[in-house]
Design a protein around this ligand. Structure first.
Ligand SMILES: *[C@@H]1O[C@H](CO)[C@@H](O)[C@H](O)[C@H]1NC(C)=O
Ligand SMILES: *[C@@H]1O[C@H](CO)[C@@H](O)[C@H](O)[C@H]1NC(C)=O
Ligand SMILES: *[C@@H]1O[C@H](CO)[C@@H](O)[C@H](O)[C@H]1NC(C)=O
Ligand SMILES: *[C@@H]1O[C@H](CO)[C@@H](O)[C@H](O)[C@H]1NC(C)=O
Ligand SMILES: *[C@@H]1O[C@H](CO)[C@@H](O)[C@H](O)[C@H]1NC(C)=O
Ligand SMILES: *[C@@H]1O[C@H](CO)[C@@H](O)[C@H](O)[C@H]1NC(C)=O
Length: 243
C-alpha cells in the first residue's frame, strides 16, 4: 500500500520558488513519496532560469509558476550538496545537472522527465511523463482540478525492478536507473532516426515494450508520446507512488 497521500501533504509544505507568488499562476505541488531524499531539478524550455531544491522523504513543496510556463521537472538522487547548495565536487548519482542544487541544464540520462506546457489565461495545458531518455524514479503528474481530459500521466511502476540487464545502471549491485535502448545501442531503429524517422517505421521494440509494461501511462520511446490535455490551476507532481 502507498502511504496516505493527504497525510503526507499535511506533514510539511515548503515554498520552493523563493518568496514570489505570481498572480495569474499555477501551483505545482511536488510530493516526495520515495523512500529516500530527492533533489527535484526544474528548467524552463529555454533552459533559463533553472531551479532545484532538497525534498526529503514525505515532504511536499509548492512551486508556483507564472501563466504560460513551460518546462521539465525530474528527480535527482544520491546528491552530495553541502549546506551552501553545492561546491565544485558536488554531484548526484542520477539526474545530475551540475554541481549546484539549482539546475541550469537538463538532467543527465537516464532520467524520468515530467514535461508541462501551461496555457496562457486558462487555455489548454499539455503534460506528459517521458521515459524516452530512460528512467530513474517513478513520476506521476495529476491535475488537482480542471476541465478537459485531465487524466493522470506517468505511473508509479518502478522500472528499476524490471530493467533489462543490458540497460541497467548499477551502483554497488543495486539498479539505480534504466537507460533507454537509444542511449545504449545508438542505432537508427532504437532512436527513430534515418529510415526509422516516420510514424510508420518508428515502432515499439522489445526494450520500449518493457518500458511500456512497467509504466503504461508514460511515453516509452520517440514514437509513443502520450501527451495529456487539461486546464487546471494546480498540478500534483508525485515522485514514487500515487494512485
Ligand atoms: C497556490 O498556493 C498558494 C499557497 O497555498 C495559494 O495562496 C494560491 O492561491 C494558490 N494558487 C492557485 C492558482 O491555486
Ligand atoms: C564540498 O561539499 C562536500 C559535501 O558536503 C564536502 O565533503 C567537501 O569537503 C566540500 N568541498 C569543498 C572544497 O568545500
Ligand atoms: C538557488 O536558487 C534559489 C532561488 O532562486 C536561491 O535562493 C538560492 O540561493 C540558489 N542556490 C544556489 C546554491 O545557487
Ligand atoms: C531484444 O531484442 C534484441 C535484438 O533482437 C535482442 O538481442 C535482445 O536480447 C532482446 N532483449 C530483451 C530484453 O528481450
Ligand atoms: C556499498 O554498500 C556497502 C554495504 O552496504 C556500504 O557500506 C557502502 O557505503 C556502499 N557504497 C556506496 C558507494 O553506496
Ligand atoms: C485522455 O488522454 C489519454 C492520454 O493521451 C488517452 O489515453 C485517453 O484516452 C484520453 N481520454 C479521453 C476521455 O479522451
Amino acid at each position: 500500500m502507498a502511504p496516505n497521500f493527504l497525510m503526507l501533504v499535511c506533514i510539511f509544505i515548503i515554498l520552493a520558488s523563493g518568496a514570489k507568488l505570481y498572480v495569474n499562476a499555477v501551483n505545482l505541488t511536488l510530493v516526495n513519496l520515495c523512500k529516500e531524499t530527492i533533489w527535484p531539478g526544474i528548467i524552463t524550455h529555454n533552459n533559463n532560469p533553472g531551479e532545484g531544491f532538497t525534498l526529503k522523504m514525505g515532504q511536499t513543496a509548492l512551486y508556483n509558476v507564472p501563466d504560460g510556463w513551460s518546462g521539465r521537472i525530474w528527480a535527482r538522487t544520491g546528491c552530495s550538496f553541502d549546506k551552501n547548495g553545492g561546491n565544485a565536487s558536488s554531484k548526484c548519482q542520477t539526474g545530475d545537472c551540475g554541481p549546484s542544487v539549482n539546475c541550469t541544464s537538463p538532467g543527465n540520462l537516464p532520467v524520468t522527465i515530467a514535461e508541462l506546457t501551461l496555457g496562457v489565461g486558462g487555455l489548454i495545458d499539455y503534460y506528459d511523463v517521458s521515459l524516452v531518455d530512460g528512467f530513474n524514479v517513478p513520476i506521476v503528474v495529476k491535475p488537482a482540478n480542471g476541465k478537459g481530459n485531465c487524466s493522470t500521466a506517468g505511473c508509479d511502476g518502478d522500472l528499476r525492478d524490471t530493467c533489462p540487464s543490458e540497460l541497467a545502471v548499477k551502483s554497488n549491485g543495486t539498479v539505480t536507473a534504466c537507460r533507454s535502448s537509444c542511449d545504449v545501442f545508438n542505432t537508427d531503429e532504437y532512436c527513430c532516426r534515418g529510415t526509422y524517422l516516420d510514424p510508420v517505421t518508428c515502432l515499439p521494440t522489445n526494450y520500449s515494450s518493457a518500458f511500456k509494461q512497467a509504466c503504461p501511462g508514460a511515453s516509452s520511446y520517440a514514437g509513443d508520446i502520450l501527451t495529456v490535455t487539461c486546464s487546471s490551476t494546480e498540478y500534483i507532481v508525485a515522485f514514487c507512488a500515487l494512485r
